[in-house]
Design a protein around this ligand. Sequence first.
Ligand SMILES: Nc1ncnc2c1ncn2[C@@H]1O[C@H](COP(=O)(O)OP(=O)(O)O)[C@@H](O)[C@H]1O
Ligand SMILES: Cc1ncsc1CCOP(=O)(O)O
Ligand SMILES: [Mg+2]
Length: 271
Amino acid sequence: MILKKIDQLTEILLEIKKQNPLIHHITNYVTANDCANIVLALGGSPIMADCCEEVEEIVSMASALTLNLGTLNEKTANSMIIAGKKANRLKIPVILDPVGVGATQFRREMLKEILEEVEVAVIKGNLTEIKNIYGIREKAKGVDSVNDGIFYEEKKGLAIEVSKKFKCITVITGKEDIITDGGKVYIVENGTPLLAKITGTGCMTASLISTCCSVTENYLLASLLGVLIMGICGELATIENRGLGSFKVKLFDHISNFTKEELKKGRFYEE
Ligand SMILES: Nc1ncnc2c1ncn2[C@@H]1O[C@H](COP(=O)(O)OP(=O)(O)O)[C@@H](O)[C@H]1O
Ligand SMILES: Cc1ncsc1CCOP(=O)(O)O
Ligand SMILES: [Mg+2]
């Protein structure tokens, strides 16, 4: 079963290299450069554009749209809605990363508006972010998850409920990652605590998922692939690690060299 899945995931990987899809991001100014480079490393082509006058034109050329709330303001929130609606009309997948949504009332209100106006294909966040999306008010200190210690069954249940509520794929990242469409659930065990020590690995995971979603209609498998790539490459980057700087460089090296061979290092199961 897993071998068949590896073949299906490899097909998505090869399709990205073949198509070089354009991935439109409306994202934060902290990790934008890393997200652009991660899309390039996987074989896609990034464009970051958030001006409301041009987002419709940009998204019309793109194969996926990533909306990242990391440094949200009223202007970018408006651009997200304009671009998101256009993406929906064009049937382009929209991937939402609700960065720091538990931190402020403003983010929660803007997120609610975005989700009322835009149909999202995938919501990806850490546990605190996903709890807040579902209306569980866990106050975030910033952009990181407050508590990853809840029972695995509870985390899985939450992801399923979010998928049902918003009719989308839900991804909860953390020590183990959960990916679900509300029915089938994948658990990914790859990763390293070092991934949580550098900023942007969550944002980059969303960019990887977007790139994978851009070449297939199977958003569940595409999300699984994006998560696996980050987890496996994170593990590979720890080999002979000298510190966080070189860890990050090695993470990019492994993502740019990622093939079916690396995919076989995936530790995931289906429920
Ligand atoms: N304790 C951990 N062990 C293994 N992998 C982790 C751990 N914490 C986070 N990760 C990985 O780091 C990446 C980013 O996840 P996370 O830190 O939850 O996102 P964010 O940066 O949005 O808070 C994911 O690939 C996740 O699997
Ligand atoms: C630190 C920070 N502040 C606003 S956005 C951002 C980056 C968050 O990135 P990630 O969610 O991948 O850790
Ligand atoms: Mg994040």
